[in-house]
Ligand binder design. Structure first.
Ligand code: AMP
Ligand code: ZN
Length: 115
């Protein structure tokens, strides 16, 4: 599976950098964001290195569906029962800071610190 040795999320996938994992399978990993904007803030990432949503290819369709479908399941498991927000930042103008595809999933009672 493709990995970028300089990518912080590839290092999390490899277990070189620790994370507070909430889910993992053969394709995806989900863990708590280190700087949460909301009471519950997790990131869902593919194990393989895909830099941005703009780099997604037709063969990644099922992977994207799996990422999206995991969001409501995780929120339920983490006690979020009143709605949540999903965000994918893409590229410089999209505010992307980590160039390994990830979906933010945020929930919990408002107010939130951001978003
Ligand atoms: P983005 O602006 O969409 O690229 O967001 C990257 C997110 O990754 C930010 O919300 C960061 O707080 C989060 N982040 C960066 N490094 C880590 C890390 N080591 N563990 C967990 N979350 C991280
Ligand atoms: Zn990566």
């Amino acid at each position: 599976m493709s990995a970028d040795p300089d990518c912080i999320f590839c290092k999390i996938v490899a277990g070189v950098i620790p994370s507070r994992k909430v889910f993992e399978d053969d394709q995806l990993l989900a863990f708590h964001d280190i700087h949460p904007w909301a009471p519950v803030h997790v990131l869902i990432i593919p194990r393989q290195h895909i830099a941005t949503l703009s780099d997604v290819q037709p063969q990644h369709q099922a992977l994207l569906g799996h990422m999206l479908g995991l969001a409501p399941r995780l929120m339920k498991e983490l006690g979020v029962h009143n709605g949540f927000r999903t965000v994918i930042n893409t590229g410089p103008d999209g505010g992307q800071e980590v160039y390994h595809l990830h979906m933010h999933v945020m929930g919990g009672p408002r107010p939130w610190s951001k978003g």
